[in-house]
Design a protein around this ligand. Structure first.
Ligand SMILES: Nc1ncnc2c1ncn2[C@@H]1O[C@H](COP(=O)(O)OP(=O)(O)OP(=O)(O)O)[C@@H](O)[C@H]1O
Ligand SMILES: [Mg+2]
Length: 252
């Protein structure tokens, strides 16, 4: 089985930034010298290999899989399991087998953190996960807009029903802050949605992350390095999460 603290990044709705949070949180934890794996369980729209620019495929030894190493992370993706970019129709039991496969047949080595990029919604994968990894913790990503929050709530309620601990809520794309001195914050998608969701789920807002500022070429980065306005936010988030687990380990 797999070692380390398992954190599932979920949301009720697509496109709120789950994969972005999963990858950048994994990288930020790795900057804290933690051994980190990222598992892309989004069968419908796997995106982690592309985000990390991975062209390699995992190797197998004696029917065991060696995850792909990238940016200091160990990576497995449902995308590695399909030829090319071809979309496939996954049926419930296949999803379950895939998740099981990733947990049982991959040689992960010793890990501190395992970050799971979940598909949108509360489908089969979430259910399988609840069954296989009762100790898995969840982070719910939402945008500050009340509608997005409403849907994210479902994911949270699901986590509660299955007794998964919710680590907290991340409000993504919370505001835009132009890269000038004394800039005003622009709350493009409304305000307060993260707080409201956290209150409903009886948890906290771990971070309220701004929009990524385009780089000098006008491109919006996907991975946030030290040149990005999001770099310090993710460093803070990773430290906060690491402290939560250290505290919890001390209690147990
Ligand atoms: N803070 C941010 N600032 C600017 N762009 C962002 C931010 N967070 C995410 N994005 C962009 O929003 C888009 C959706 O993000 P992402 O793919 O991470 O969402 P998702 O929830 O994983 O989506 P899906 O449900 O399709 O898997 C991407 O183009 C991503 O680069
Ligand atoms: Mg995604």
């Amino acid at each position: 089985m797999i070692s380390g603290n398992v954190i599932a990044i979920t949301s009720g709705k697509g496109g709120v930034g789950k994969s972005t949070v999963a990858v950048n949180l994994a990288l930020a934890l790795s900057r804290l010298n933690k051994r980190v794996a990222i598992m892309d369980l989004d069968i419908y729209g796997f995106s982690v290999p592309k985000m990390l620019n991975i062209t390699d495929r995992p190797k197998t030894i004696n029917n065991k899989i060696i995850p792909v190493g990238s940016h200091g992370l160990s990576v497995m993706s449902t995308g590695f399991m399909v030829p090319g970019n071809s979309p496939i129709v996954w049926r419930g039991p296949m999803l379950g087998r895939m998740v099981e496969h990733f947990f049982k047949d991959v040689i992960w080595g010793q890990l501190d953190y395992v970050i799971l990029d979940m598909p949108p919604g509360t489908g089969d994968v979430a259910l399988d996960l609840n069954h296989m990894l009762p100790e898995c913790k969840e982070i719910i990503v939402t945008t500050p807009h009340p509608t997005a929050t409403h849907v994210a709530e479902r994911a949270g309620t699901m986590a509660q029903n299955t007794n998964h601990d919710i680590l907290g809520v991340i409000e993504n794309m919370a505001y835009f802050e132009p890269p000038i001195e004394n800039a005003e914050k622009y709350y493009l998608f409304g305000k307060g949605g993260g707080e409201a969701l956290a209150k409903t789920l009886e948890t906290n807002v771990l971070a309220s992350l701004p929009m990524a500022v385009p780089n000098e070429n006008g491109e919006v980065p996907i991975i946030y390095d030290e040149t990005s306005n999001l770099f310090p936010h993710y460093n803070d988030l990773a430290s906060q999460i690491d402290r939560l687990f250290i505290k919890q380990a001390a209690i147990n």
